[in-house]
Structures are given as C-alpha cells and as structure tokens.
Design a protein around this ligand. Structure first.
Ligand code: AMP
Length: 299
C-alpha cells in the first residue's frame, strides 16, 4: 500500500493506474477504522483492482467543536488494517491540503464564508440543492453537517475520480445526500451502498464507540434491539404513530440515553413516512454519555 498526503502525488499515482486501463474504487472515511470500514474496502476490492481509501477528519462537517477535537484518531493502526485488507492507496491529507484557505483557528469546524473563499470557482457543491434531504433528522439536529459532507466528498471525488465509491448504510441519510449530490453534479461515479456491520451484540460499529464508558457500552445494544423490534412489529402493526410511540418509550426507559430523535421515514425522500405502503427506514439518534450515536434499519 502506498500512502499519500499530497493531492498531486496521489493523482500522479492514479494516472499511472488509469494508463493500465484499471478501474478505481474509492472508500472515503474519517479513520479510527473498524470492521464496518473494512467491509467497504473488501467490497471495493471485489469490483476493482485499485482500491483507494481516504482518511480525513473533515472539520467542516462537525457542528460541535468538542466532537471534532475528541474524534478518535488512530492512523498507524488504520494503515495496518488497510494494508492487511489489501488496500492499494491511502490518502491522508492534512487540513491545509484539502482547504488551503480554511483558517481553522478563527473558524473551528466551519468553512470560510463563500465570498471570502478564493477557491469559489471550484466550490461546485454550493450549487447543490438538497431540498428536504438535509433538513430532516440529522440535518435538523446538526446544522451545516451535510454541507460539510458534500463539500468534502465532492472535493474527494474531484481528486480521485473514482469509478465507484462505497458508503455504509449505517449513515443512511448521508448516503441519500451523497447520491443526490453526485446526481446533480453529474459525477460519473456509481455510489454503492453497503450494509451496516454490527458488533455481535447488535451495536452498529462506529469509530465513536471507543469513547463509550463501560457502563454506557453495556446498554448501547439496546438501540439496535429497539430498531429490530420495530422492524418485527412493522410486519403486522402498520400504524406508524404506534410504532414510533413504542420505540420512543423503550428508548426513554434507558436512563443513560438522551434521545434526539426516532423517526420512521420514507426510505427515498426521508420525510416522515405516512404509512408502510412504501419502503421506510427507522432512524434513531441519541446521546449516550458524551457520545452521539446513530443507527437505522430498513423496514
Ligand atoms: P466514517 O469514517 O464514520 O465517516 O465512515 C466512513 C464510511 O464507513 C461511511 O460510508 C460510513 O457509512 C461507513 N461505515 C461506518 N460505520 C459503518 C458500519 N458499522 N457498517 C458499515 N459501514 C459503516
């Protein structure tokens, strides 16, 4: 595996791959890798000779500076895991490489206002209209988060120019937002959705899980248990408000949870589902101690 920190070096390497007529698969991550990330890499390797992984803790998608500061960073371990998985190229740019004009000290966790950004011509992500996709659920609770996501993913797509890019269903709304961004900006990339990888007790794998204290980790599987119970109930009980009431009550029974939202959304529009005649997704976000966790299940 070759590791790059500079865009031009990565691009020179990718150019040599394309000259050999090989396709390129891409897995963007924020590092602190776990088996969920590695599943994306393995899927990528079944479809491409060249698998590029990026590790970049993107400051513009964190609406909470403390979350950004505390985000786990384990680069040496990540590199070992990727090497073992068979990844070809790792891209780990420093913040200045991705955002030459981001004055992080004055503006933590935020992009420069558009009119101050000399790179504005390249900022095509600003033209993307996400409609309601970034207004509901995560969008409502993490203002600006999805703007940061499409900003960094479009920059990464421009740099890597992948044939396919792999994303986890764990971040269901992010997947929908990225699909829409790729569609509107006409990126010639296929977005591949990969299933959520879970711990044996059901907890969705997440880089943030390592920040859970033992007693928090002990109750965390309840999130997935409630989601799976809702999925089971949805087979016979079709009243969405009943299902939501059940889930909210169950989650609120756990004193360590501070529920942000539980929603049953139309799996396409992500607007609250009216009934279960269309594919729907049950999504949850909650704080467990200092750690914010999300999970979802398709109904
Ligand atoms: P992150 O590093 O958390 O930004 O995640 C990078 C990619 O890995 C995203 O596409 C996530 O949806 C995906 N991912 C994170 N956790 C999981 C998981 N438990 N199962 C499957 N994919 C995941």
């Amino acid at each position: 595996m070759v590791t790059f920190t500079a865009i031009k070096d990565l691009q020179a390497h990718l150019e040599s791959i394309r000259k050999k007529n090989q396709s390129i698969g891409f897995v963007p991550t924020m590092g602190a890798l776990h088996e969920g990330h590695i599943a994306l890499v393995k899927r990528c390797l079944t479809e491409h000779n060249a698998c590029v992984v990026s590790i970049f803790v993107n400051p513009t998608q964190f609406n909470n500076p403390e979350d950004l500061e505390k985000y786990p960073r384990t680069p040496a371990r990540d590199a070992r895991m990727l090497e073992e998985a068979g990844c070809h190229a790792l891209f780990m740019p420093p913040v200045e490489e991705m955002y030459p004009f981001l004055r992080q000290a004055q503006n933590p966790g935020q992009a420069l206002p558009a009119d101050q950004d000399p790179d504005i011509e390249k900022e095509k992500w600003k033209k993307v209209n996400l409609g309601m996709l970034d207004k509901v659920m995560e969008g409502a609770h993490r203002p600006g988060h999805f703007k940061g996501v499409i900003q960094v993913v479009s920059k990464l797509f421009d740099i890597v120019k992948p044939d396919r890019a792999y994303f986890g269903q764990k971040d269901y709304q992010q997947l929908a937002v990225i699909r829409e961004m790729a569609r509107q900006l006409r990126y010639p990339v296929e977005i591949v959705a990969c299933p959520t990888v879970r711990e044996p007790d059901g907890l969705a794998m997440s880089s943030r899980n390592v920040r859970l204290k033992p007693r928090e980790r002990a109750v965390a599987p309840k999130i997935a248990q409630v989601l799976f119970k809702v999925k089971e109930l949805a087979k016979s009980a079709h009243d969405i408000s009943e299902l939501k009431k059940f889930a909210v009550e169950e989650l609120n029974k756990e004193k360590l949870f501070t529920l942000e939202y539980f929603e049953i959304a139309d799996a396409r529009s992500l607007l609250p589902a009216k009934d279960l005649s269309v594919p729907a997704v049950a999504c949850v976000a909650l704080k467990l101690g200092a750690v914010r966790l999300i999970d979802n299940v398709l109904l």
